[in-house]
Design a protein around this ligand. Structure first.
Ligand code: C5P
Length: 233
């Protein structure tokens, strides 16, 4: 029998850069909260998966009520977020046993396909730390910030062919992730891969999806609506 599957859905950010009244994970996209869409992808890909949802402390009741009102029936363990994403993941890991396989996913990435999730969980059975990446398609440039001005850094060049964007879900054997998260916090820990790497474990990589974008600004909502309307055709 394989390892029991868990997903930690990271939704404790308080980001309101979208200009909405609620943090971006609760904004509706096609009539459903971004967070609900994200969770549904995992339920669709892996029926029976255990869901741990990390929320801002002051939105836990909001989310409970939202799920009730929308009849969104999903057994979820709700966990209070921390001061940074790292601290939020650490809180959630208290709910995850050893010997499991655990995906950590940004609640604001609702556009990945269930196919990507199930393929990754299959690969992760024999891969302790699996990270999705996408090749960089833009030409990249290193610039110096001088107040509001951007300036050339003489001689600095970047070879695009070695650059990749890192996505979530990142999937780990739980004993490794739990051990890695006993490290003291560092500001460079912007995802789980960086923590596990610092702990001294090798990472494996797999292809992510171009549309698996992180909803950050209002423009991303427009992209998302366009992608969803194409997918529905
Ligand atoms: O801030 P950033 O865009 O990196 O956030 C990525 C994800 O981590 C978001 O889904 C956000 O809700 C979550 N997060 C969290 N706890 C924090 C900060 C961010 O769960 N303290």
């Amino acid at each position: 029998m394989g390892r029991r599957k868990y997903v930690i859905i990271m939704a404790a950010g308080s980001g309101t850069r979208m200009g909405a009244e609620v943090p971006k994970q609760f904004i509706e996209l096609g009539g459903k909260a971004i967070l609900q869409r994200t969770i549904e992808i995992f339920l669709d890909a892996c029926p029976g998966i255990s869901v741990v949802t990390v929320l801002p402390e002051d939105h836990m009741t909001y989310w409970r009520n939202y799920c009730l009102e929308r009849n969104f029936i999903c057994p979820q363990v709700l966990v209070k977020g921390g001061i940074t994403r790292f601290h939020s993941v650490r809180n959630a890991l208290e709910k995850i046993p050893e010997g499991a396989v655990v995906a950590v996913h940004d609640g604001v990435r609702p556009l990945l396909t269930p196919g990507m999730v199930s393929r990754m969980f299959e690969e992760a059975e024999n891969t302790p730390a699996l990270i999705p990446v996408v090749p960089c398609v833009d030409t990249m440039r290193v610039l110096h910030r001088n107040g509001d001005m951007l300036e050339t850094v003489p001689g600095a060049s970047v070879d695009r062919s070695v650059l990749f964007g890192v996505q979530t879900p990142q999937i780990f054997h739980s004993e490794i992730l739990k051990a890695a998260y006993s490290l003291p916090y560092e500001t460079s820990f912007t995802d789980d891969a960086s923590v596990v790497e610092k702990y001294g474990k090798n990472l494996s990589y797999t292809m992510g999806e171009r549309f698996n974008i992180k909803m950050t600004t209002k423009d991303d909502l427009l992209f998302a609506r366009a992608i969803m309307s194409i997918s529905a055709e």
